[in-house]
Ligand binder design. Sequence first.
Ligand code: PMP
Length: 371
Amino acid sequence: MIYLDYAATSPVFPAVLEEMNAVSRDLYANPSSLYCAGYAAKRILQESRAALSRSIGAENDEIVFTSGGTEGNNLALFGVLRAAKRGRHLIVGSTEHHSVLFAAQALKQEGFSLTILPCDSNGRYRPEELSGAIRPDTALVSLQLANNETGVLQPIAEIGAITRARRIPLHCDATAAYGHISIDVRALKIDLLTVSAHKLGGPRGIGFLFVRNEIPIVPLFFGGSQERTLRPGTENLPAIAGFARALSCGYIPASAAARDRLEAELHARFPDARVNGADAPRLPHILSLTIPGVPSERLLPLLSAAGICASARAACAGGERTPSHVLTAMGLNRTQAGETIRFSTGFGNKLSEMDEAANEIVFAARHQIYT
Ligand code: PMP
């Protein structure tokens, strides 16, 4: 099997599994307990929090552990808008993950007002268009750092300069980007940042939301005082420690080389194929390719039979039959969106596998054309 769907989820690093196992076995006490075993658990919690906060240039008390990207995005949007005193207007991008877009729609149902920011044909938001969309009552701007279907990076430094100057909190969904590019929340002027562990060799069901001190936010859940009461509930310590361990496993170089090799191979074999977001800066591990005449819903089962795992769009939207909202926002029509396939590489891939995968993809594409 050649796994080319790291953007959907990644295999867990062996060192992460070992760490989680050791923490589950040896540090089972509740980190809030007032005895030595509890203090030992608390120390791991603090060390993990410190490693994760350092990784984005944040303070330790600006990290709120969550169950992953979906929860982080919902907490950011609902939490900031419900806390906002002077505004009820929200701006989100048209190519955001559904955990942002659908949360925004739900907020609209609650009476908040919503603007969806368009993107250009490369999937990039235009900073000047954002400036024009900001209103006196704008309470939050939520734009992703990078897109999970195309890998396209947004001009977040320019966007952050605009929102900070207007004193509007900026939330970035970094679920696709974190672990693949370096992120400094202070330099980028990001106020809230969503991260999930399972895209970078960490466990599923764990992530964090960075919330800059000074940003007003209210919780979605109520209960204990964990995570400064912003996310009550006994901490998932094995997953948190595994997440921190994944950081040190060195993900980036392998994935870029593999993606570039696959992209070059496929480009050579399908000269009329289009790389979505080709003219924009992109994450090093994602390739979104539209191959004219080759519907992905026919190609994917053939690839699967050949042992190649790839996807047509975000895994969370896997069952949907509507065209990808990301690709249509970029101007692709229904047919083109349906002829698009996403390959995403990672630490388990060997360069030689990319040639093998390209051969199988060409074979499967020809097969579906002639049958
Ligand atoms: N945002 C983006 C950009 C994603 O790719 C994903 C995962 N598909 C999520 C949010 C949701 O993250 P999680 O699976 O950790 O809930």
